[in-house]
Design a protein around this ligand. Structure first.
Ligand SMILES: [Zn+2]
Length: 1006
């Protein structure tokens, strides 16, 4: 038996420490108890305080409804075997609900099922009900203890009424706990006697040794004493004790007459009779009335009542809505609600959904959750959530009006509405046709709403027009593990204003090839990551996190990075502007070819690193990237690893203890590079460095490209001059950079005229500073124009401009524009035409061929084992373009990857810091292969203590080209590359058990 719990409810395990005391109690009980029949299913006789005849009770007319809290306990052997299963418990509950619901008595089951592992209990069942009933019992609910199907003793309720019973055993062809016998015992708990009570004298003791309470007298067939004799219920005929003596048609086979000589005609179908379980069908109306009256009168039963609770019992049934309707009463729905085209469903009440069920909003339909709530049924697994259909070829309708018939469906959630416990509370996909892209782009507007404990709050799919979906002043909080806020795939402009993302075990917002806007004081706290952006290709878009002039977004104590982006879009790219970052996490980490502005953020906290730019200029990707006007109070202010061409850091205010800024290069991640001049003669860089007594201002380390740093020659602001030497020179200027007002991103609006003028100037030549400045402005203008053209749908103009630009970066951009517009044929041609001048480009092409296959094949696509191994090797390797491989592995195989660049490459012997940074000695912490690419001669270096014992090289076809043991020290391996040809190969190092401990691509370029 498998107790793996599909519910989120917990199963408690309990080993009964009183077990060894029980046999004595058990014997005493048996000795003092006389039972009616050896072959029976119920030992209940009542005890002291039992409620028999009561004129007051009989005079009541309680109507209910009554909602009774119920706790279920499952008794198993010490080793956890023998008990009923979870689905069998559900079956038991079904008998209870069916028997009592029609009498206005409902059960509210606690979601925790209590497992009692106690062999003594298991072997004695209902015979030890007194001891069992003391185990994990409750006073605010009725405890049902379910023993094994073959545990002895049948069922027994402690008293009439009572708050617990024990049930087990099998008899008359039925398992008692999964038949109406369980309802029979519950009937006792709610005040019902056997129908033969009094007609046959019942005797016995309760758990305290007290004899059965109340007076007993035989009920007459003519009913004249039905009030105060027999079972005290008048619509149950006098029963002389059926004694299970019924035939297959449930007809009593016995006979007899009462004191008047009238023949008995007992009801063989009433649940409280000693009839066989399969003959049990119902409680009579009189029994229902007695139970409701007893509930009203009994203090112990009053204590088990709870407020009205909506349940989802009953058979599965879909609801179809064709006309406008408002739900204003609470309800449980055991099916899907379809809001059909032309109809609006407004919900102002609480609506609960069964597992996998939800609301389907068709095109041209609208769902308005207006202050109501949507959640799952009690104890149920998560409901599915809302599916809203879009129309990929149409602009989205306004969320506050009724959509036209072929417009996207609309989901409007506002006025303090709640959505809880959904798998995906809002999915912009068609129900059961998630990949039908024609139906992507559903319209979502949420305002003043709360999303709690949803596995995912919202899912946005590819939609090429500006996505008008918006969340304003919404709270999104998780309730456990496996939770995400919004995931956005390949669409731009989804907006979050003043929203709160708390405790997500993955990201608050996750984008794939997508933009988004996050502003107006949105808050990200205690998530695994605040915002994460991934790219499978160089897409055109805008991921805007914060903006000048609005309330800063607030990031606190996210577990990993507050913001992590692996390859941003070009065009507008990534903007991280005017945010506050607190806590241990790195504020912003950008990995791989990117376009970004990180501006005017306040960054502080205990974690080691403020900002990381990792190979953001890989593939020769040159973008006008800026990290400026930030206040950074961290041990390390900022690191730039590998190529980050054209990146400037300007006007930052550092307060650090290790380094303010480090430029790092290595043979594996590439030569460290930033813009050749930081600032210029007329506008010095303006950073204010930490007091040099405590740290290093600018550290260059490993192979780096020389740069010029322009600093204001000020006596009053000495912090602006970097003091320690490195692979850069400082030129002092007499002009101050006030660094007071951060510039507008992109500057003047771009025009084609300006672009062509700049191109002309650059071609004409100038000073190196002029060329640097013109190139930067030209790239800003180019990005702005591409962004404009693409968002207005003018792809042709974007392509023409990129053709004119003609650089490798422009060609990569052109490829991205083609992919984004869905022209995979031309994209493939463009990709093939890209040069293969370095490993970054070669690997990029290889990764993108896989990506193109994925996008072209859609649903049919399956990642091959070879491709998967290749992507994994790139994703875990050192190239900047690993970002694209990581995004693909994330999408296709759910993989995620971590970096700790700030901890990599830390030189040993800290004394060399800053004194000779250009040749700083580094400890090899990683496997390095150099040169790569090569014409065939590779040197593989292994770090000390590395555990690999074999080296393998395979072609991308999977053919093993080299397989040899690894000796000690350094290896020099001739691949014979000329023989194998110009291509990429996979290098794998394995440990003694054959497990891969390192994998990376190597390129033979010849
Ligand atoms: Zn009974």
């Amino acid at each position: 038996m498998n107790w793996t719990n599909p519910l989120r409810c917990k199963f408690r395990l309990f080993a009964n420490s009183l077990g060894h005391l029980l046999p004595a109690v058990f014997i005493l009980l048996l000795a003092g108890t006389t039972r009616l029949s050896a072959q029976t299913f119920c030992q209940t006789v009542g005890g002291a305080g039992a409620m028999g005849y009561s004129a007051a009770l009989n005079g009541m007319n309680s109507t209910g409804p009554y909602y009774i809290k119920v706790y279920i306990h499952v008794i198993r052997r010490n080793d956890g075997t023998g008990g009923v299963t979870l689905s069998q418990v559900e079956e038991s509950k079904g008998f209870l609900d069916a028997a009592f619901g029609s009498h206005n008595i409902f059960f509210v089951y606690d979601c925790d099922i209590d497992l009692i592992d106690n062999t003594t209990f298991f072997n004695s069942g209902a015979n030890t009900y007194c001891a069992i009933g003391q185990t994990n019992s409750h006073t605010d609910g009725i405890d049902i203890y379910i023993a094994g199907d073959n545990s002895p003793g049948g069922g027994i309720a402690e008293n009439i009424p009572s708050t617990f019973f024990v049930i087990g055993s099998t008899g008359f062809g039925s398992v008692f706990s999964r038949s109406y016998v369980i309802a029979h015992e519950m009937g006792h708990c709610l005040g019902l006697w056997h129908t033969h009570h009094g007609t046959v004298t019942e005797s016995g003791n309760d758990c305290n040794g007290n004899p059965i309470g109340g007076t007993q007298c035989p009920e007459l067939v003519n009913g004249s004493n039905c009030d105060n004799c027999g079972d005290f219920v008048c619509d149950t005929p006098a029963d002389p004790f059926i004694g299970f003596n019924v035939n297959a048609s449930c007809q009593w086979l016995g006979s007899g007459t009462d004191a008047n000589g009238d023949p008995y005609a007992p009801d063989e179908n009433v649940i409280m009779a000693y009839t066989t379980p399969i003959c049990m069908e119902y409680f009579t109306d009189g029994q229902g009335q007695r139970m409701r009256n007893v509930i009203e009168m009994s203090p112990v039963l009053q204590a088990v009542l709870v407020g009205q609770t909506v349940t989802c019992s009953g058979t599965e049934k879909d609801i179809h809505i064709y006309q406008n309707i408002t739900y204003n009463t609470d309800m449980g729905v055991n099916g899907n609600i379809y809001v059909h085209t032309g109809a609006q469903l407004t919900i102002t009440s609480n609506v609960l959904f069964a597992k996998d069920k939800g609301i389907i909003v068709e095109r041209g339909a609208k769902l308005h959750v207006n202050g109501g709530s949507l959640s799952k049924c009690p104890c149920a697994e998560d409901w599915r959530g809302i599916n809203v259909e879009g129309n990929a070829s149409k602009v989205q309708p306004n969320a506050f009006s009724m959509p036209a018939a072929d417009d996207a469906g609309v989901v409007l959630i506002n006025n303090l509405a709640h959505v809880e416990w959904a798998r995906t509370s809002i999915s912009t996909t068609r129900y059961n046709e998630g990949w039908n892209s024609a139906y992507w782009g559903g319209m979502v507007h949420c305002e003043n709403a709360t999303f709690l404990s949803n596995r995912r709050v919202a899912e946005f799919m590819k939609y090429d027009k500006p996505n008008q979906s918006k969340f304003v002043n919404c709270t999104m909080e998780s309730g456990g593990t496996g939770y995400a806020g919004a995931t956005i795939w390949d669409t731009d402009n989804v907006t979050f204003e003043n929203c709160r993302f708390y405790n997500m075990t993955s990201q608050g917002i996750l984008t794939y090839d997508a933009g988004a806007i996050v502003r107006d004081g949105s808050s990200f706290q205690k998530n695994e990551r605040g915002i994460e952006g991934k790219a499978t290709y160089p897409y055109v878009g805008k991921l805007m996190i914060g903006e000048m002039g609005s309330t800063p977004n607030y990031f606190l104590n996210n577990n990993r990075e507050h913001v992590r982006v692996e390859s941003t879009a070009f065009g507008a790219g990534l903007e991280v502007v005017n945010n506050e970052f607190f806590g241990a996490s790195t504020a912003v980490r950008v990995i791989g070819p990117s376009k970004y502005t990180i501006r005017a953020n306040s960054i502080s906290g205990s974690g080691i690193l403020g900002i990381a730019a990792i190979q953001t200029g890989a593939m020769g990707w040159n973008q006008p990237n800026r990290v400026d006007y930030n206040g950074i109070q961290k041990p390390i202010g900022m690191i730039a690893n590998g190529p980050n061409r054209e990146m400037q850091f300007i006007c930052n205010n550092f307060s650090t203890s290790i380094w303010d800024f480090r430029l790092f290069g290595s043979t594996s991640s590439g030569t460290g590079e930033i813009r050749a001049s930081q600032g210029g003669p007329w506008y010095p860089a303006g950073n204010c460095f930490t007091d040099p007594g405590t740290e290093i201002d600018i550290l260059t380390q490993g192979p780096t490209t020389f740069f010029t740093y322009y600093a204001y020659n000020s006596e009053t602001e000495p912090c602006q001059r970097p003091l320690n030497p490195g692979n850069y020179t400082t030129i002092l200027t007499e002009i101050a950079n006030g660094c007071e007002v951060p510039p507008v991103i992109g500057g003047e609006p771009p025009t084609e005229d300006e672009y062509y003028l700049l191109k002309q100037q650059i071609t004409g030549g100038g000073s190196s500073q002029q060329l640097t400045d013109w190139t930067e402005r030209k790239n800003i203008v180019l990005n702005g124009l591409i962004s404009e053209y693409v968002s207005s749908g003018d792809v042709a103009s974007a392509l023409a401009l990129l053709d004119f630009e003609g650089t490798t970066t422009a060609k990569v951009m052109k490829y991205g524009v083609l992919v984004g517009s869905g022209d995979y044929q031309s994209a493939t041609t463009e990709l093939n035409a890209l040069p293969s001048t370095d490993a970054e480009l070669t690997t990029f092409k290889q990764v993108q061929h896989i990506n193109l296959a994925r996008m072209q094949q859609g649903l049919e696509y399956e990642l091959s084992g070879t491709d998967s191994a290749f992507l994994e090797s790139v994703a875990t390797g050192d190239l900047g373009v690993r970002s694209y491989a990581r995004a693909l592995m994330g999408l296709l195989e759910g993989r995620s990857y971590e970096d700790d660049d700030e901890l990599d490459y830390v030189p040993d012997g800290g004394e060399s810091f800053g004194t000779n940074p250009g040749t700083g000695k580094t400890t090899i912490e990683k496997v390095s292969v150099l040169p790569n690419p090569t014409t065939g001669l590779f040197t593989v270096k292994l770090p000390e203590g590395f555990t690999a014992t074999r080296l393998q090289v395979t072609a991308v076809t999977g053919q093993v080209l080299l397989d040899q043991p690894i000796l000690e020290g350094q290896y020099r391996i001739d691949l014979g590359g000329k023989a194998w040809g110009k291509s990429m190969y996979l290098l794998v190092l394995r440990d003694a058990e054959g497990k891969s401990v390192h994998a990376q691509t190597i390129v033979v370029s010849q």
